[in-house]
Design a protein around this ligand. Structure first.
Ligand code: ZN
Length: 125
């Protein structure tokens, strides 16, 4: 078994838009592992499940496998390749690069993630 993607004891497991999401509550926050398949794109696969065109969550964590890239509404872009720490501000699209799945391990507090980690409420300059 692959310890990076195998079942997590005690996790709340969900399949959302083709991504596999496992969430474990820790104190007043959450540890979250998401496995994104090759070809995954937030604006195509996730946007239909929410009512925003861009992802309005902050993402703080560690990309343990694969490559991801993304863009903010103003055209700024980002790209991460594992192993790499990740900090993405609210207000972005993002997608998997290449033919390998991406495994992102995040620390969040749901709607309060940006505030907790000192990120802006939405990407800006
Ligand atoms: Zn920008």
């Amino acid at each position: 078994m692959d310890s990076l993607t195998g079942p997590i004891e005690g996790a709340d497991h969900r399949e959302v838009g083709g991504a596999s999401v496992d969430i474990v509550r820790v104190g007043n926050g959450r540890v979250k592992r998401t496995v994104y398949p090759p070809g995954f794109r937030w604006s195509i696969n996730m946007s239909p499940n929410v009512d925003t065109a861009l992802c309005m969550h902050a993402h703080v964590g560690f990309l343990a496998r694969g490559r991801i890239a993304g863009a903010y509404a103003d055209g700024c872009t980002f790209e991460y390749a594992a192993p790499q720490a990740v900090a993405i501000e609210p207000g972005h699209d993002a997608w998997v690069v290449g033919d390998e799945e991406a495994v992102l391990i995040q620390f969040d507090s749901e709607e309060g993630t940006a505030r907790r980690f000192g990120l802006p409420a939405e990407h800006a300059h």
